[in-house]
Design a protein around this ligand. Sequence first.
Ligand code: AG3
Length: 283
Amino acid sequence: MALDNTWFTEIYPADGAAFSFKIKAKLHDERTPYQHIEIYDTVGFGKLMVIDGCVMLTDRDNFLYHEMMSHPVLFAHRAPKKVMVIGGGDCGTLREVLKHPGVEEAWQVEIDERVTRLSEQYFPALCSANDDPRAHLYFGDGIQWLKDAAPESLDVIIVDSTDPVGPAEGLFNEAFYRNCHRALCPGGILVGQSESPLFHKTLIQSMHGAMRAAGFDHTRTFYFPQCVYPSGWWSATLAGKGVDPLGFREQDAAQKSFATDYYSADIHRAALVAPAFMAGVGG
Ligand code: AG3
């Protein structure tokens, strides 16, 4: 819904709030078999991708989310070589994953090929690593993909999904996490985007419960700002197979060989500190 015809607004009905962008132009509007994708050019945030009315990313601030979906889990793992991204069709998470020289293979399984094709067109910087020989782009159902994955074949699984409604609903339950657990090697770590701590505490609690029920020994939520998502504050939840993802390779993170705009070893440590109202949620 728009305040007037020059604004795009995502409304959060349950919380009586909204976030708006002043729009220069609408660049694309498409209904795929899976969802409704819109691309805008905005006055303050560069290009904006919207799926089913929900803000997915902007040029200006996607680094926060993409860096935090990739580097904390990759530095928490002892030596990640095989990495799977579920969703993430804009390729921003994949690009960050491939910054790690130790990663040998990275698969991205996105259900809607159009998300990737539109990202190539409108967000080319996010797709700059797609021709890396270690990158494998598949278009299909991530849930099925993990059901079929060979046991103990992955080091890290990153669930870069939309909200837990529609096509992404099945990426937040015990059955899915059980398949992730089976596909991970001992010491493997799963991370999923887990929505807003302020707005979705109950969902985060249920993710911890489902991850533990699926066999993960330790689960940890971490926090980061994301002003264009509901409440402006976001989280991701880690689940370790025989490993507590609270620990990470601090020295390697401090001496990383690549540039980041948000992530650092200090941010990693700080991000894992739970706000008082989240105490007792997982951990
Ligand atoms: N991440 C989308 C997170 C959900 C945002 N929710 C919302 N706006 N209601 C996927 C896109 C980044 N790779």
